[in-house]
Write a protein that binds this ligand. Structure first.
Ligand code: HDE
Length: 725
């Protein structure tokens, strides 16, 4: 049912002189019959429209009795006067808004941030000023290069944009990424970066991929890209899920206290699910098998009550230490190694509610790094400075006018009072007929915050803008190679191999020999090892070392595969069973019940969707599981006649098992299921790490579960991946 005109008219009566927060109506007047699952104190509730009762109306409320156009005779032409037809088609024609120029593909969710303490020793920000203080948040995760319909698992930097609806206005927004550095150092280069990365202007190929000449032409001509490139080519470019990645504010920001003193900070979101990544072949298969893999994962986790959490932390550095660590904190291509500035954990962010309407919430969420609150300030980082303009500008383009902040998902949760007026889609009905300051006719209202009980927003008093005008980059930004090397040194050997494999994959798509040679030259400034190994694959001469920036330092927090996950809840297990053997389905069901108790999501796979089977072999794929178990009695499907059933593509069960093994996932065999492992070529001996077998006649589900779950926490058994000599 549509929002009634009566409710809209009611708006005027609820808008007092100084209370213009609600643009539309008294919530009670608008609240219609709603699904129980949506009952919450959510601010957005008053905008939700429930169609579960009532009759169909036009946009202006008139009842519509038939979905047929008005014609001159039953077989005649449609009449122009059919306003019902025109309104419906015209609305449809205008359904799309421009997709985001970058980060078009994404998924969002609602949640809450809870502060661990009163952090007024660090910042005046009110959402951080009491232990246990809760602030609603909306987070949107994204990939950068792909269009809105592109596959989730494209290798890319991932967006991690968080808006806090604080009691002193929206802080948003930490519009960050899952990689703590960025490709360029000055915002003026951003269009060049994106033009180089996006599909070619002639044929719009390739979609959501950097494995092409123009991307690597830019990367190798602009060495500030090296550091971010190294992160993206490692596991950070292909996370297992949005839930299994960290977030970073990237730029250095400032915390400002009530007394005006300030410190430099870097934002971090640390995943409490742990960090995990896919392997590349798996990510590629997923792009075809399930292009919605990441958004589905986030949605399902929240629906099952296992919404993800992150700890929000900061690295804090004194103002006079901006250049103390051998690089410039204003340079967004640099991390502050944790050894120089430890993380202070400020609170926890938990996502627990999915959007009700993707367009209204996720698509219309318009983030801006320029949205800050009292107690937080910018720095002179030239990339950040440019973003402060770009995001506002892009929202004007996407929304078509200046009132995008009035969209429910963008609206602050506190009243808005100022003299901004009119514009397309104005939703407020301002009653103040003296929209100027200073005024006497409206008794001076709205007053300045420091004239009432509020305490005004302030920039850091210590910031001084004073200098000769210069169109150039600071020489303190010149070292592009030491930190990618620090990153590379801090990976395990197999992660180094994955990174090299990724660069080999990308660069082997390049046609230009000059670009390939430039790439090798830049890699060689980071590491001769990397340059040589890539050059070999490209059939180029291995270069002699270029050691100016070589060092052996390492830093913490880089490796992904070297850790076990703090929780295995929500990980997915495939139990490969056979409908031809009752014992097989029975065991699969027992195992499913047991693993489900521990929060795992279990899919029993069989030849048909018989009772007890969740998925057929024709639909199943190793990409759907974090671990795979073959149940007793299913071994016939893995060799001989049974493997050639018309119910699935020939050899499919063995393929599922073998892919899971090749991609490093824990594998299990129960009873005669062990034979299936052998037939598929999965090693089952004592030294086969991550392969958990309970032999026929001696099956203890409990003992199996213990080992297998440890395997899931280990997540990937990396010794299965071949490495260069
Ligand atoms: Fe963005 N970026 N960006 N970016 N960015 C956008 O804003 C831009 C940069 C990031 O989920 C756009 O609303 C410039 C760094 C995220 O809605 C646009 C520069 C970081 C998102 C834009 C950068 C980001 C965006 C497109 C160089 C990590 C998605 C749509 C100065 C710290 C937010 C939009 C969402 C989106 C411009 C660099 C993260 C065009 C000019 C560095 C997570 O305004």
């Amino acid at each position: 049912m549509h929002r009634s005109i009566a409710a809209l008219l009611a708006c005027g009566s609820v808008l007092g002189l100084v209370n213009a927060a609600c643009p539309f109506a008294d919530p009670a007047a608008l609240k219609e019959k709603r699904d129980d699952s949506q009952q919450s104190s959510d601010f957005l509730d008053k905008y939700k429209v429930d169609d579960s009762a009532g009759y169909m109306t036009s946009d202006v409320g008139g009842p519509i009795e038939e979905q047929a156009s008005l014609k001159a005779g039953i077989r005649g032409s449609t009449l122009l006067e059919d306003f019902i037809f025109r309104q419906k088609i015209q609305h449809f024609d205008h359904e799309r808004v421009p997709e985001r120029a970058v980060h078009a593909r994404g998924a969002g969710a609602h949640g809450t941030f809870t502060s661990y303490a009163d952090w007024s020793n660090l910042t005046a920000a009110s959402f951080l000023n009491a232990a246990g203080k809760q602030t609603p948040v909306f987070v949107r995760f994204s990939t950068v290069a792909g269009s809105r319909g592109s596959a989730d698992t494209a290798r890319d930097v991932h967006g991690f944009a968080t808006r806090f609806y604080t009691d002193e206005g929206n802080f948003a927004d930490i519009v960050g990424n899952n990689i703590p550095v960025f490709f360029i150092q000055d915002a003026i280069q951003f269009p060049d970066l994106i033009h180089a990365v996006k599909p070619s202007p002639d044929n719009e190929i390739p979609q959501a991929a950097t494995a092409h000449d123009s991307a690597w032409d830019f990367f190798s001509s602009q060495p500030s890209t090296m550091h971010t490139l190294f992160w993206a080519m490692a596991g950070f470019g292909i996370p297992r899920s949005f839930r299994h990645m960290d977030g970073f504010g990237v730029h250095t920001f400032r915390f400002v206290k009530d007394d005006g003193s300030s410190k430099l900070i870097k934002w971090h979101f640390k995943s409490l699910q742990g960090k995990a990544s896919l392997v590349w072949e798996e990510a590629q298969v997923l792009a075809g098998k399930n292009a919605d893999f990441h958004r589905q994962d986030l949605w399902d986790a929240i629906e099952s009550g296992n919404g993800p959490s992150w700890e929000l932390a900061v690295q804090v550095v004194d103002e006079d230490k901006a250049e103390a660590f051998g690089f410039d904190l204003l340079d967004p291509t640099k991390i502050i190694p944790e050894e120089f500035a430890p993380l202070t954990k400020l609170g926890v962010l938990k996502l627990d509610r999915n959007p009700v309407n993707y367009f209204a919430e996720t698509e219309q969420a318009m983030f801006q790094p320029g949205h800050i609150v009292r107690g937080i300030d910018f720095t002179e980082d030239p990339l950040l400075q440019g973003r402060l303009f770009s995001y506002l500008d892009t929202q004007l383009n996407r929304h078509g006018g200046p009132n995008f902040e009035q969209l429910p998902i963008n609206m602050p949760r506190i009243p808005i009072h100022n003299n901004n007026r009119d514009g397309a889609g104005q939703g407020f009905i301002h009653t103040n007929v003296h929209p100027y300051t200073p005024n006497t006719l409206n008794k001076g209202f709205p007053l300045q915050a420091n004239q009432t009980s509020g305490r005004g927003f302030f920039t850091t008093p210590g910031r001084i803008a004073n200098g000769r005008l210069v169109r150039a980059q600071s020489p303190t930004f010149d070292d592009h190679w030491s930190q990618p090397r620090l990153f590379y040194n801090s990976l395990t050997p197999v992660e180094q191999q994955f990174l090299i494999n990724a660069i080999r994959f990308e660069t082997s798509h390049l046609k230009s020999t000059a670009v390939k040679q430039n790439v090798i030259a830049q890699l060689n400034r980071v590491s001769n090892d990397v340059a040589k190994r890539v050059a070999t694959a490209l059939g180029l001469e291995a270069p002699a070392p270029d050691p100016t920036y070589y060092h052996n330092n390492v830093t913490a927090g880089i490796s992904i595969f070297n850790f076990t996950l703090p929780t295995i809840k929500t990980l997915r297990v495939g139990v490969l069973a056979s409908t031809g053997a009752n014992s097989s389905l029975q065991q699969a069901s027992e195992l499913k019940q047991r693993l489900t108790q521990d929060g795992l999501v279990v899919t029993v796979v069989g030849e048909t969707l018989a009772a007890g089977v969740d998925q057929t072999y024709s639909a199943a794929d190793a990409t759907g599981f974090d671990g795979v178990v073959v149940a007793d009695g299913a071994e016939g499907l893995f060799e001989g006649a049974g493997a050639a059933s018309p119910l699935f593509p020939a050899g499919r069960p063995a393929q599922v098992l073998l892919d899971a093994y090749r991609w490093g996932k824990p594998i299990g065999g129960l009873g005669s299921g062990e034979k299936a492992l052998k037939s598929a070529g999965v090693p089952t001996g004592k030294n086969a790490a991550g392969v958990f077998v309970q032999k026929a006649g001696n099956v203890s589900v409990e003992a199996f579960v213990k080992g297998f779950e440890e395997g899931l926490a280990r997540f990937r058994f990396t010794d299965r991946f071949p490495q260069d000599e």
